[in-house]
Write a protein that binds this ligand. Structure first.
Ligand code: NAP
Length: 305
């Protein structure tokens, strides 16, 4: 199959390109600011996907069987800083890709987020009521609605949660953010009552490519790791894995920090409906830790400890 991957220079996108190439697909990869092509791409172009004409041209140049959309402004703080730009990438782009997929008879696999939920209940199923508490969550929810409105029979939406792994930039995943803070001399406060279900980006990538190969699944699905952990426990396990001192993180609670009252407490997902249908299996956190490397920007700090 020909698979067009947007966001191919990101944490998830690079994994999707590698996974699709390994499984024998021809991958046309799109990136933006980062100029190095991801490993496994047959072609690579840098395109600003906020420009609808460029999006259309890139899709028609490729004539894909499947589009896997991992492009996003995935940092909630960046969405608040530049809401227009975030809206173009997180909402308008997926809508446009849905139109193009339907027009070509291709399928669209789109990545969404657990942040469409408010975190009050946890263990969310795909049909549970949504209630995003951030602009990022609202934009991603609007994208889901646009896709389902424009190309319901051609689209799969996969909501996922906090991603682990080694990104091409070394600055995007959970452990990379922690290492960046440690390298700056900080000991971040991590909440014991903020529950997440971390997922390896490479494992998500395998699930997305498997979905690309299936034409019997449409609509909204959930994918995450096999364990629900607090942010604090995630930080503690990362420290232990890299044999770093426990003093590099501080224990805190959301309930005692009024400034963080809007942060969703429990964003765990029920992944049963999808994991029962795919050969790809969710990974527990130990298996995810085994995949991690010390991020390049922090190597000197780590080696000098
Ligand atoms: N990271 C998480 O923990 C997490 C959790 C839940 C859901 N998600 C969702 O998972 C998906 C992938 O997230 P990720 O963390 O893997 O993303 P990421 O590492 O932040 O990568 C984002 C990608 O989008 C590209 N991009 C951004 N703006 C663009 C533009 N204007 N034109 C073209 N490309 C543009 C970036 O290109 P350059 O790098 O070249 O600039 C990069 O390749 C997103 O839909 C996100 O909402 C992520």
């Amino acid at each position: 199959m020909v698979i067009l991957v947007t966001g191919s220079t990101g944490l998830t996108g690079a994994g999707v390109v590698a996974s699709a190439a390994r499984r024998g697909h021809r991958v046309a990869a799109l990136g933006w600011k980062q100029s190095s092509p991801p490993e496994g791409a047959a072609t690579f172009q840098q395109v600003d996907l906020r420009d609808e004409n460029l999006v259309t041209r890139a899709v028609f140049d490729t004539f894909p069987d499947v589009i896997i959309n991992t492009a996003a402004v995935s940092d909630a703080r960046l969405c608040e800083e530049d809401p227009d730009s975030a809206g173009q990438v997180n909402t308008r782009l997926p809508g446009r890709l849905a139109d193009l997929a339907r027009h070509l008879g291709a399928r669209l696999i789109h990545v969404s987020t657990d942040m469409v939920f408010d975190g009050k209940a946890g263990h969310y199923r795909p049909a549970d009521p949504v209630n995003p508490r951030s602009l990022y969550g609202r934009l991603k929810l609007e994208a889901e609605n646009e896709i389902l409105r424009r190309a319901p029979g051609f689209s799969v939406i996969v909501r996922t949660t906090l991603l682990t792994g080694n990104s091409p930039s070394g600055k995007r995943s959970v452990h990379e953010n922690l290492f960046a803070a440690w390298t700056r001399g900080e000991a971040p406060a991590l909440f014991t009552d903020e529950l997440r279900q971390p997922c390896a980006a490479s494992n998500l990538a395998d699930a997305l490519v498997e979905l690309a190969e299936r034409n019997d699944l449409t609509g909204i699905h959930h994918w995450a790791g096999a364990e629900v952990l607090s942010r604090h426990e995630i930080g503690r396990r990362v420290l232990e894995h890299f044999k770093l001192p426990a003093t590099l993180i501080r224990e805190a609670t959301l309930k005692n920090n009024p400034a963080f009252q809007d942060r969703p407490g429990n964003l765990s997902l029920d992944i049963g409906t999808l994991s029962g249908k795919l050969k790809t299996k969710p990974l527990d956190f130990s298996a995810q830790l085994d995949l991690l490397r010390v991020p390049l920007p922090s190597r000197e700090w780590y080696n000098n400890l």
